[in-house]
Design a protein around this ligand. Structure first.
Ligand code: DGJ
Length: 507
């Protein structure tokens, strides 16, 4: 699945602003040039319920309109983050008129009785009020932006889920937890048996594969079941909000996840958010969302990409680190997981706040985007045809072999005269029989024939170049040390680049 903008597939080379930046147009003024200098095509920016509906029923979209105009002036698209009922599990962005009415807008209750500043996802009036505000926002966007499509995508809420307990223990939540698992869940499970994630299937089967009963009867007691229950109710609530928005202006909507670390328990991370192990509940309960997106700061990046592409979920990474490792991960995700968009967090941060971040890390995303902007049309075309591979190599994962375009490509960390690169990342696509295009740095490719093909295969020519306005402009012909005297298609460790390679064959 790909994101289409004005009839063409589009790759979001984005960055997410820090939470408060987009609340002031003056503050944003000088930031845009920094974003352009990093070669972004899209900026993810927060829009908050407290600012757009300061009094119930009175809407104010002036800052949003200004933001859209600023983005247009800088030839930038936007993704909006609807900071409303929940942001990082808390409810700090709801308007004061919601905060001050705990009866109409009930709070979660934790074990022990504490009721923190967090709306319960079981609160029907809360969902209705949030949905009304989001519907108004999307109606406004339809009027203001449908002609230009500056805004491409909208995130509904931010990192939902309950913190400090595995489930809500308010009276409303207790009643639902002790009631039947909704029939909609069983309908989804029956219709999509191939999509059920193994950990969920195992829990269901271990409890007798029941097709009716309470949450504990169907899935057993414990925090994993609590997490499923919360996932269902957060997803239902978010879907209600999303549905109101989609009815007003049908552009892609998604929800993002604060991920769990190994051995963390539901409640250490927001329990009920769209995590990999409960993706099915979100797919079943939130059909108005186009995708569920991991905020991917974790170290096991590749495994998380695999988990978030189960259930036909398109991969979009709205938050990640802003460093050289993230830039390397970008190639991997675009090339091997069909990534539709990437967006390091705090993209506008500059010294002194980011002075702890080394220059190489701050520059890495901009450099990778400079490359991907040039080859995005080809990448998108080859994502669709499938003859594309992306990789991120290091000492623990120094090589991989893949069959592509009729040859086996042995891709490994670059080396020359016994000196091996410590890191390398890139992507390679088969552009025509015996022809490849690659991008990245710090890796090399050796070609051999698959078992089924006899004879000799080797490098005919390697050429570096750039795409100017979509047209390939060749630069140096790379030979000698630059292709290890004909033995390998090499991408230097210094700067990421784009190169083509053609093969010869002989009997
Ligand atoms: C994840 C959240 O989604 C962001 O809004 C922000 O709070 C970051 N964490 C902070 O690193």
């Amino acid at each position: 699945m790909q994101l289409f903008v004005d009839g063409r597939p589009f790759l979001i080379l984005g960055g997410e602003l820090r939470n408060s930046s987009a609340s002031s147009l003056d503050y944003m003024g000088p930031i845009w040039e920094r974003l352009e200098a990093q070669n972004l095509n899209t900026v993810l920016a927060g829009v908050s319920w407290e600012m757009v509906e300061p009094e119930e029923g009175r809407f104010d979209f002036r800052v949003l309109d200004g933001l859209i105009l600023q983005a247009r002036a800088h030839r930038m698209h936007l993704g909006l983050l609807w900071f409303a009922s929940w942001k990082n599990g808390m409810s700090s962005y709801v308007p004061a008129w919601v905060k001050s009415d705990v009866h109409r807008f009930p709070r979660v209750r934790l074990q022990g009785g504490e009721e923190p500043e967090v709306l319960s996802p079981l609160g029907a009036d809360s969902a209705a009020a949030d949905a009304r505000a989001f519907g108004a926002l999307m109606r406004h966007l339809a009027k203001f932006d449908a002609g230009e499509h500056t805004v491409l995508i909208v995130q509904v809420e931010n990192e939902v889920g309950i913190l400090g307990d595995s489930r809500d223990r308010s009276p409303l939540a207790d009643a639902a937890f002790n009631g039947p698992v909704p029939e909609d869940w069983f309908r989804y499970a029956a219709a999509n048996p191939q999509d059920l994630v193994p950990e969920l299937r195992a829990r269901w089967e271990a409890n007798g594969s029941r097709t009716a009963g309470t949450w504990t009867e169907v899935f057993g007691a414990g925090s994993a079941t609590d997490q499923m229950f919360m996932a269902w109710h957060y997803a239902r609530y978010v879907d209600r909000v999303a549905a109101a928005g989609a009815a007003a202006y049908p552009i892609p909507l998604y929800a993002n996840a604060w991920l769990n670390e190994p051995n963390a328990k539901p409640g250490d991370f927001p329990s009920g958010g769209p995590l990999a192990e409960v993706l099915n509940f979100w797919k079943a309960a939130a059909p108005h969302l186009s995708l569920l997106a991991p905020d991917l700061y974790a170290s096991n990046f590749e495994e998380r990409c695999r988990l978030f592409t189960r259930c036909s979920n398109p991969l979009f990474i709205p938050e990640t680190n802003r460093n050289a490792e993230a830039a390397r991960n970008l190639y991997l995700a675009v090339g091997s997981f069909g990534l539709i968009g990437f967006s390091p967090f705090a993209i506008e941060a500059n010294p002194p706040t980011a002075s702890a971040v080394p220059e190489a890390d701050r520059a890495a995303i901009g450099k990778a985007y400079a490359i991907l902007r040039q080859i995005a049309p080809l990448v998108l075309q080859h994502q669709e045809s499938g003859d594309l591979v992306g990789f991120n190599l290091d000492k623990e994962h120094p090589s991989r072999a893949v069959e592509l375009g009729g040859a086996v490509l042995e891709i490994s960390l670059d080396e020359l005269f016994g000196h091996r690169a410590e890191r390398g990342a890139g992507l390679v696509m088969a552009t025509a029989p015996g022809e490849y295009l690659g991008a990245g740095s710090g890796f090399r490719v050796i070609f051999r024939n698959p078992e089924s093909i006899k004879g000799r295969v080797g490098i005919a020519a390697v050429t570096e170049g750039v795409f100017r306005d979509g047209v390939w402009v060749p630069g140096r012909r790379l030979n000698g040390d630059e292709d290890d005297q004909g033995r390998a298609w090499r991408f230097s460790s210094w700067e990421p680049g784009i190169e083509t390679c053609t093969l010869y064959r002989a009997e």
